[in-house]
Design a protein around this ligand. Structure first.
Ligand SMILES: Cc1ncc(COP(=O)(O)O)c(C=O)c1O
Length: 374
């Protein structure tokens, strides 16, 4: 019994650490899941392109579920490699970026102490703890301007550095030039580019072109955010062939399922769908992101921080916990930032939505603020 309680306590803590708990929130609030605007997660709000839906259906009706996937994922690796102009031995698909973060953490734990810029994505700690990896957090300045890309502000003194580009939760995009200098001084640089394809002009800052030159570099990508497919679980790592061979040796057989493989193959081979999606999503981040930021800035008592990507942080001098709950009662979910070290209850993160929902969010925020100020 005690074990069960502990397990549930841990999953509660995990829920607090991640946005996108729409189902649980709908239950808690006693509303239909579809009536919620979930701005606690940061996914592009566009339906899956028809061709990809067809590809999933074809996979269900065809062989994708009936046979084991090719254990080496050769065809998918080749397709991703061609898209990124690297050798296929330098690509490893994974069960979402999260699985690959776990293996990167195993390498990190062997190399020494990891530096985690803070506030940061909690999953790096989870992964390092799997391998008893040591880490220290290094605080990022909590004020930044709106010109992106920016110079990565930390000068790490330890063996391994974990970079998120653009950074989660601040939304800052780091410049390639400032990141490259780290590669000469660190024994291992892990760069999570899960959100980079969503950043207007972000691809220029990718470290992928440097992977052939630096064996101490691991770049991790994900399809989750760009295509809004957290249920598919498809990501990939780009790094030295020797490192990725080792990961393959360590990990479970067939971590990427047959449907994710067919989706990945279709996307990478018919790369016009991928390019089209990138164009559409970046346009939305630019236009809607600007609109949301401008309107958040107009809210009394709120500081809106600039972002290069599809989520924005807001800050107040007072706790925003009750504000967030009142918005939840109005079916709007924002990301609680209490689980981010350095942030806490005076901060919230807002995932950019489609136009009509962004307008509803601002309207509801205005109403709640005017009610509080009455
Ligand atoms: C920065 C960052 N990297 C990686 C992930 C996980 O991506 P995936 O769904 O591919 O495991 C997330 C999910 O929230 C994230 O915020």
């Amino acid at each position: 019994m005690e074990v069960t309680n502990k397990f549930f306590q841990q999953s509660e803590t995990l829920l607090l650490k991640h946005g996108g708990n729409r189902e649980q929130e709908a239950k808690r609030l006693g509303v239909n899941i579809n009536s919620l605007i979930d701005a606690s997660a940061s996914l592009a709000p566009f339906p899956l392109p028809t061709l990809l839906k067809k590809c999933i259906n074809k996979g269900i009706n065809g062989t994708a579920l009936e046979i084991y996937p090719d254990r080496s994922y050769l065809a998918l690796r080749q397709a991703i490699a061609k898209f990124h102009k690297v050798h296929s031995s330098m690509v490893l698909p994974g069960n979402g970026a999260s699985e690959l973060i776990t293996w990167a953490a195993r390498d990190a734990a062997q190399q020494g102490i990891s530096i985690l810029p803070s506030p940061g994505f909690f999953d790096y700690k989870r992964a390092l703890r799997c391998w008893s990896g040591e880490f220290i957090t290094s605080p990022l300045p909590l004020k930044w301007n709106s010109i992106f890309p920016q110079i990565f502000p930390l000068e790490p003194l330890k063996d391994v550095i974990w970079i998120t580009n653009p950074h989660n939760p601040t939304g800052q995009c780091w410049s390639l030039l400032s990141l490259e200098t780290l590669l000469n001084s660190k024994s291992l640089v892990i760069c999570d580019e899960a959100f980079l394809p969503l950043v207007p002009n972000g691809e220029k800052e990718s470290l992928i072109p440097l992977v052939s030159k630096y064996p101490n570099l691991i770049v991790i990508r994900s399809l989750t955010k760009l295509f809004s497919v957290p249920g598919v679980r498809l990501g990939y790592a780009i790094s030295s062939a020797t490192r990725l061979e080792q990961w393959q040796y360590w990990r479970d057989p067939w971590p990427v399922n047959g449907l994710a493989v067919s989706l990945g193959l279709t996307l990478m081979k018919k790369d016009e769908i991928l390019k089209e999606q990138v164009k559409k999503v970046q346009h939305w981040v630019k236009e809607e992101g600007r609109w949301l930021h401008t309107n958040l800035q107009k809210l009394p008592g709120i500081t809106a921080h600039p972002s290069a990507t599809n989520f924005q942080l807001i800050e107040s001098n007072d706790s925003l916990t009750q504000f967030r709950e009142t918005l939840a009662q109005k079916n709007i979910l924002l990301r609680d930032c209490r689980s981010f070290q350095e942030l806490g209850e005076n901060w919230l993160r807002i995932g950019l939505q489609k136009k009509s929902d962004n307008r509803k969010i601002i309207k509801a925020m205005r109403e709640v603020i005017s009610y509080i100020h009455k």
